[in-house]
Design a protein around this ligand. Sequence first.
Ligand SMILES: Cc1cc2nc3c(=O)[nH]c(=O)nc-3n(C[C@H](O)[C@H](O)[C@H](O)COP(=O)(O)O)c2cc1C
Length: 253
Amino acid sequence: MPYHRLGTAKYAGVGRPYRLHGLEPVEHRELALFVELGKDYAWTCESTAARSCAPDTGVQRRRSGMNNLLILVGSPRKQGNSALLTKTAEHAARQGGASVERIFLHDLAISPCDGCGLCRKSVDSPCVLDDDMTTLYVRLRAADAILIATPIYSYNMTAQTKLLLDRLYALGSAEGNALSGKRFGFVVVYGGANPFTSGAATAMRCLHDTFARKASWMRIVHGTAAEPRAAAKDPELMAAAAQLGADLVADSA
Ligand SMILES: Cc1cc2nc3c(=O)[nH]c(=O)nc-3n(C[C@H](O)[C@H](O)[C@H](O)COP(=O)(O)O)c2cc1C
């Protein structure tokens, strides 16, 4: 990508290594979403930006050996849309030879971050809170790829998902982040007609900003699914979830 060439030169100019080579450009659908989001925030979005984005050729930059996928479901519903879409992604990832663990965050006891900051001394400094995040940190560190699914509740991600995100603070420090270089996928479902009226754009913006600098690859799949199994009647959404599971664990193409 041209911006990688430019980035390499700029970083070289200030004597720092360029670490973003694995970042993929956003897909057309995502780019259109961010253009719309920008309008909401009164940002100036040039329409040429969308046109200048390279079309999605389906070619992904893949690393070999991506075979350990951790799926974290932020919905309390075991038979809901997030459950269905992540099960679909899990199936596709297993077909690709990956080992997959799927965990419902609602089943775990996860306390809110208390902001003590003791975890930030190094990427290995543990969180002082003693709860189910202790074992989840081990799984997060071991995963090659991480898929987080959340429904929209009250115009944002669920509380279960937000608790997780806050507690991921413990995996970072000034020296780096234990999640850097991993592949990330997200599934966001909502009852509203579109990402803006539902609040999904807010959640997706938060997920993007939280993980974009850590991720070697990331993609957000989202769609309307109001009733608990509504996603099953949306073949495009189901296919996107399956493709996400496959791509998260794909070996180098
Ligand atoms: C407490 C609660 C709050 C919700 N808030 C919103 C909302 O703000 N916007 C929206 O589009 N849908 C909202 N919904 C609908 C859910 O996002 C939708 O039903 C989704 O499919 C649930 O996902 P799940 O089946 O994976 O649990 C809400 C649902 C619940 C139970």
